[in-house]
Design a protein around this ligand. Sequence first.
Ligand SMILES: C[S@@+](CC[C@H](N)C(=O)[O-])C[C@H]1O[C@@H](n2cnc3c(N)ncnc32)[C@H](O)[C@@H]1O
Length: 257
Amino acid sequence: MQMTTTYSSMVSVLKQILPSRVRERRFWRRCLAACPDFKMSDLNRAAAEFLRSQSAEGLRSLTPRPQAAKAVKTIAASKFLDVDHWLRINLVRAAALGLNRKTAKRVLDLGAGPGWFLAVCRFYSHEVQGFDLPYCEICPEDSAVYVELNRALRVAPDIHRGRITAFSPVEIDGEFDVITAFLICFNNLKSKGTWQAAEWRFFLEDIKRHLRPRGILRLQFNPDEQRFPRYLFFDAETRELFRQHGSLSQDTFTLST
Ligand SMILES: C[S@@+](CC[C@H](N)C(=O)[O-])C[C@H]1O[C@@H](n2cnc3c(N)ncnc32)[C@H](O)[C@@H]1O
């Protein structure tokens, strides 16, 4: 605990003294480490192409919310209105899964939220489907952002509405080449009943039924330092479960069929 505190205070001091451009470059270099064939120049080119394409037309009519720009750290959905940041994050997510190559795949994104990942995958010619809570089950400020971004990114009709619940099959049909879930909250994050090994085991067995041969499942977890001070994302038993089923690297789990 002592070490964690010392480390995080060192990180916050470093953040204050490093110029923002240096911090930004370090941040993107760290993100791009996950995709060796996709360099900073590729990311810049892909972002510019996306913004020139039809996929970005709706973004020009987004309601300006000055507070939201650069609010990347907040837990509120308004952070997703920072177009440049979230476009790039999702281009990197796609590249890390090889989805920047134009071989059409079927992609399912669980907890699709704003729809950035779906829009980027469609930009790369993939067939996309999302899954997220009904808008009425999301707090009004967040759902207003999701409604607006889903429309602007033209993915609203592709996001099936339902709730992922412990020990229940996810209500989706069909098989996919790639199934993703980024910044996961459906595990009752930071609330009573946070998923543990039994819930995740059920989820993995269920979701694997929707993966085509040579398919990939990619999960990216949100940290819960209070509950899991040691492994940040889950307890030791859950960590072991993920290790048995696939590969685990920091906040990311990957399973291939
Ligand atoms: C932090 S956001 C992440 C959005 C997106 N995956 C991304 O990283 O850009 C979490 C998303 O999970 C959705 N969500 C939370 N609980 C859920 C549940 N039980 N079933 C389905 N979706 C859920 C929320 O509505 C929200 O869109």
